[in-house]
Design a protein around this ligand. Structure first.
Ligand SMILES: Cc1cc2nc3c(=O)[nH]c(=O)nc-3n(C[C@H](O)[C@H](O)[C@H](O)COP(=O)(O)O)c2cc1C
Ligand code: SF4
Length: 300
């Protein structure tokens, strides 16, 4: 399924209906992969701000023309309109993890000499044009969120100071919340999805970025990455002044984790941060926790 086309309207409506029937709310993330894909997946040579290859994707992408940039901005707006029509409660722009918006923000992958490249104000232009297009498509009252890298954790990549600049522009323009992440697949041990988070000291690994962004904006800020224990989650709110925390892998392993903590069982998440859940997502068409599956098999 994808929200770049009208083809999946019925499927998405079924999805949002099921979540609403169960008392939940659901946002959809809007992403263009930029140079972080290959011709087999994209159906054409990948497009990026500049012809700079991303480490894990050795095909050199094609530099986007001005007309292609405008077409992608329009497509973000169309996707947001569909999301609203099909029952999603919010959209989130993917401005992190080395995908297209992040590639425009980063001086490593954006070498353009037109108005979309150069200083941070120019490197923010694509993001802001996407944001305004999306806002026009859904209206002022509908939540538009962004996942933003606090830094790319790469030599020559996006740095915190530039991320703060982007966050301020977004907040001044009415973004409803910023989820702070960091890194790209090329960032070694400092990727967005770090391994072996097995002690509190390794948790909430983007908290420093999130705190700094929170100090500079008026909108809600949340942090993602490595939250495994209730106490660390609580500290992010109480001590770092954040508005929300978000989790991914702990909820793949234990979808009812929040309820467990709410009901008084405050033991840490059982996720061991092995990243085994990526495999089924890529190869089997759906994500699940391979450790849970192994445990269930052993129990017979
Ligand atoms: C299987 C899998 C798929 C993911 N897909 C996305 C994605 O589509 N978009 C995104 O922003 N992050 C994605 N992530 C990253 C998570 O949203 C999150 O940023 C990261 O896992 C760190 O948080 P955690 O320690 O709570 O898992 C994915 C992570 C996993 C494990
Ligand atoms: S496979 Fe399971 S234990 Fe491993 S990271 Fe994914 S959710 Fe956590």
């Amino acid at each position: 399924m994808g929200i770049h086309t009208d083809e999946f309207a019925d499927d998405f409506r079924k999805m949002t209906g099921a979540v609403h029937d169960a008392g939940g709310r659901i946002a959809i993330q809007l992403v263009h992969a930029g140079g972080q894909t290959d011709a087999a997946a994209a159906g054409r040579r990948p497009l990026a701000p500049s012809a700079v290859e991303a480490e894990q994707f050795p095909e050199v992408p094609e530099e986007l023309s001005a007309a292609e940039i405008q077409a992608i901005i329009a497509a973000f707006g169309d996707a947001a309109r569909r999301a609203r029509e099909w029952g999603f409660d919010a959209v989130q722009l993917h401005g992190a993890h080395g995908y297209l918006i992040n590639q425009f923000l980063s001086p490593l992958t954006n070498r353009r000499t037109d108005e979309y490249g150069g200083g941070i104000d120019n490197r923010c232009r694509f993001l802001m044009e996407v944001y305004h297009q999306v806002r026009r498509a859904v209206g002022d009252e509908y939540p538009v969120l962004i996942k933003l890298n606090g830094a790319d954790n790469l030599p020559g990549g996006l740095v915190l100071e530039d991320a703060v600049f982007a966050a301020r522009l977004l907040a001044e323009s009415g973004i409803d919340a910023i989820e702070v992440s960091g890194g790209t697949p090329a960032s070694g041990k400092e990727t967005p999805v770090r391994l072996q988070i097995d002690e509190p000291g390794k948790e909430a690994y983007h908290l420093g970025y999130a705190r700094r962004i929170r100090e500079n904006v008026s909108c809600p800020v949340m942090v993602v990455g490595g939250i495994r224990s209730f106490e660390v989650a609580e500290q992010a709110i109480a001590e770092a002044g954040l508005d929300y925390i978000s989790m991914a892998r702990p909820l793949i392993r234990e979808p009812k984790l929040a309820n467990r903590w709410r009901d008084g069982d405050r033991r840490p998440a059982t996720c061991i941060s092995c990243n085994g859940c990526f495999g089924p997502g890529l190869k089997e068409g759906g994500i699940y926790c391979v450790q849970e599956k192994k445990a269930a098999r052993q129990q017979g």
